[in-house]
Design a protein around this ligand. Structure first.
Ligand code: CUA
Length: 151
């Protein structure tokens, strides 16, 4: 009788373990973080604020960069802000999941289609900062990059 209980128990454990693993795989694959706002990825160009991508001053030393990502480019691909500004990047993708990494900063984010990713970064030092896609997105992934000029 004891054996039966142990057998049932271990079978139950295996089932639970499989359920957890399955759920995690599902959540990871399907799941951009649920705290992101969503939009229709097929209507990015018609959806505010992405109907007008660009750099906008929103306060003293504060800028907002509305940007769309698409294989294999960033729009706008020319960004200039004064040194000392805090920039909020508002990002979305028009096709597949891209990455948004700014060299020499801690900025490193995923930009899935249909989701709005917002990142804030202060740029104290003047210079050219490289922006890279760090999420494999297809044949042109390696060349997907741009720069932000801080002057
Ligand atoms: Cu976009 Cu890799």
């Amino acid at each position: 009788r004891d054996e039966k209980i142990w057998l049932t128990l271990s079978f139950g454990m295996i089932m639970i373990f499989m359920l957890i693993t399955g759920y995690q795989a599902f959540a990871l694959e399907m799941g951009p973080p649920s705290n992101m706002e969503t939009i229709d990825p097929t209507k990015v160009d018609q959806t505010a604020p992405f109907d007008k991508p660009g750099v906008k001053q929103v306060g003293e030393n504060e800028y907002e960069v509305v940007m769309t990502l698409q294989a294999f480019s960033f729009n706008p691909n020319k960004i200039e802000v004064p040194a000392g500004s805090t920039v909020t990047f508002v990002l979305t993708s028009k096709d597949v999941t891209h990455g948004f990494q700014i060299a020499n900063t801690n900025v490193n984010a995923m930009v899935p289609p249909g989701h709005i990713q917002k990142i804030k970064q202060k740029f104290d030092k003047a210079g050219e900062y490289l922006i890279l896609c760090n999420e494999y997105c297809g044949a042109g992934h390696q060349v997907m990059g741009t720069t932000i000029t801080v002057k």
